[in-house]
Design a protein around this ligand. Structure first.
Ligand SMILES: Cc1cc2nc3c(=O)[nH]c(=O)nc-3n(C[C@H](O)[C@H](O)[C@H](O)COP(=O)(O)O)c2cc1C
Length: 325
């Protein structure tokens, strides 16, 4: 007797291929997928966890959340509705989500969505000087909230100042931490499947006027942050600091990043400030008034349209991350 495969294998393959274009910390791609006749399951892959800087798995789960977002919008664009159960089996904590697929009409925007998922990237070069309007930042936060995450734009000058100061402190702390540096170095220039290649990072000319990124040394960056900066800062937060909150934040990150891409904005996560326990605690009390846990900070700014995008970061082949039941 043959069983009917309701969702073609090629479709499962395509959805996972698009989902793997999602951002992940250091391009670790810490996910595994299992496909069935009508469903896809997303698993965390702890073998790809950053033990030094992400011992709790926060960034790992956030990364998987972004992939979960991408899988949902990819499925929809390909004509499949999804019903998602998050953490469906408490006995299997690594099973983050189960997506049940059923045929549905692809939205009119399907092609644009697929194109934006394909071109989304981390562009760490300097932004143009145009300010990102507060309404625009609020819109990005609302989108993330619509996906069950909680995000807010930091528009108050003193909050921004403190956040920027803590970002610099975290960078200095990690730059002086040999184990954290070794871990980061291990995920640079790894080859053709994962990690952050040199050509995805800004060259010397593109660094002028750009914010310092985590892949550069700390230098003597002890001056006060620039209050006139025109870019936006948004923080993902939650009253809980657990896997359920991280997964939702990741989905919100995927949604926010896709909208930023479509709207001409670059988005750069600043996760060091959350990775370093002291700056995470200071962020919680000094920026969020102890009301919630910070999960991820991101910076947004207008991309210069005169420059070609940075090189694409590699991905593992689908055959390595998708197992068909
Ligand atoms: C949870 C998370 C944390 C990240 N943290 C940083 C960061 O602190 N600094 C940075 O420059 N990029 C950060 N990134 C971006 C990744 O390095 C990037 O997504 C990955 O290298 C793949 O490249 P792509 O986004 O261009 O596809 C982060 C991404 C995620 C999902």
């Amino acid at each position: 007797m043959t069983t009917t495969r309701l969702v073609p294998v090629e479709t499962l393959h395509k959805i996972v291929e698009i989902a793997t274009r999602a951002p992940s910390v250091h391009n670790t791609q810490p996910w595994r997928w299992r496909g069935g006749s009508q469903m896809l399951e997303l698993f965390a892959d702890p073998s790809r966890q950053l033990r030094e800087t992400d011992p709790d798995g926060r960034n790992l789960t956030l990364s998987c959340g972004a992939a979960l977002h991408h899988a949902q919008v990819a499925a929809e664009a390909l004509g499949w509705e999804t019903q998602v159960s998050r953490h469906p089996d408490p006995a299997q904590p690594e099973l983050l989500a189960r997506l049940v697929l059923s045929p549905g009409p692809p939205p009119a925007t399907a092609e644009d969505t697929l194109a934006a998922l394909d071109r989304r990237c981390t562009d760490r070069r300097r932004f143009t000087a145009w300010p990102v309007p507060e309404e625009r930042q609020a819109h990005l936060a609302r989108l993330a909230n619509h996906w069950g995450a909680r995000a807010v734009a930091l528009t108050d000058e003193s909050e921004r100042f403190i956040a920027e100061r803590l970002v610099r402190t975290a960078h200095r702390v990690q730059s002086a931490d040999a184990a954290a540096q070794a871990e980061q170095a291990a995920w640079r220039h790894r080859g053709v499947e994962d990690g952050v290649p040199a050509d995805a990072l800004p060259g010397a000319a593109d660094l002028v006027g750009a914010h310092r990124n985590r892949f550069e040394g700390a230098g003597d960056d002890t001056s006060d942050p620039d209050l006139e900066a025109s870019d936006g800062l948004l923080v993902f937060f939650d009253t809980r600091d657990d896997a359920a909150a991280w997964l939702r934040a990741g989905e919100g990150l995927g949604a926010m990043w896709l909208a930023a891409t479509t709207g001409g904005l670059a988005l750069v996560p600043l996760s060091q400030v959350i990775e370093v326990p002291e700056t995470r605690a200071a962020f919680q009390t000094e920026v969020l008034g102890s009301l919630a846990h910070p999960l991820l900070l991101v910076r947004v700014g207008w991309r210069s349209t005169s420059r070609p995008p940075p090189a694409r970061t590699p991905r593992r082949p689908v055959s390595e991350v998708l197992e068909l039941a």
